[in-house]
Design a protein around this ligand. Sequence first.
Ligand code: PMV
Length: 336
Amino acid sequence: MNIVTCTAPVNIAVIKYWGKRNEALILPINDSISASLDVAQLCAKTTVMSCPTFDSDRIWLNGREESIDNERLQSCIRNIKRQGTLSTGMEKWKVHICSINNFPTAAGLASSAAGYACLSTALAKLYKVNNDISAIARTGSGSACRSVFGGFVRWYMGVDAEGTDSIAKQIVPASHWPEMRIIILVVDDLRKKISSAIGMQRSVQTSELLRYRAEHCVPKRIEEMHQAIIHKNFEKFAELTIKDSNQMHAVCLDTYPPCSYLTDVSHAISDLIHAYNNAVHSTKVAYTNDAGPNTVLYLLEKNVPEIVGVLQHFFPPGNDQNIDYIRGNLPSGIIP
Ligand code: PMV
């Protein structure tokens, strides 16, 4: 019997991936950039086990057995088994997978990204795959390719029709910007109504704004963000993060029928952040939302106490607009 266990971080995009040019291979229409989060209570942990006596592949998610016949899951397992360099016939052994997430699944906290990054890394170790793991993770869930690394990570869309160059690369490790902090505001931990896969597909089919974004906005913005990270220019980083999140959600509303992921509380948080930045005459806090109402703030360590005070003042515990706070640093990446 062979067993491997890994943990992988959640990643939160600061330049968003929204839209595929190839659904089956999960090839995006633009590059994206994210940070992987080093938050103990926000990671996926996966154990994979192969054994000659197992008679079928099986998977348990958060302790419950789920169907293994999920197309994306199958594609990940197939890719790994095909690329494996085992010599003893072990590639024919069936595999059992146990994965746990300790955060709201599918509530816009990139649960599938951490999950597929973790699964791909664990399986790659089990089957001794030496190729790029980010490309395999991508076939499970696009953004998962970025969770394969720590620090700030860029997913290059690539140009190859087969997707061989659609891979993620680390821009800088977390140690490059040790003052960077995140605060996750959990507005709602329910499962999102429209999955990002469905939302994106609908946007690609119906949103003219999405086409404009991919062709004219992101190419410039992604280079600016890359440089802002390298030069630790927080003001630029924050402005680009906010603009890109809002543009993604504008695309979602431009989609027909529209995908609306933000709630009144999400909007109230972004209004508050703008009011705060305005009052201090500097962009000290960035906010961003994925395909869900929860907001992630990026800020520097020295500003954390003041921001937490402001948030607790305007969103006091027990209020209708109740939010939970999860604080963290940036990240080391996958822990084998
Ligand atoms: O990888 P998916 O299919 O869960 O898509 C993720 C899309 C966003 O989280 C909204 C943006 C991103 O770049 O992570």
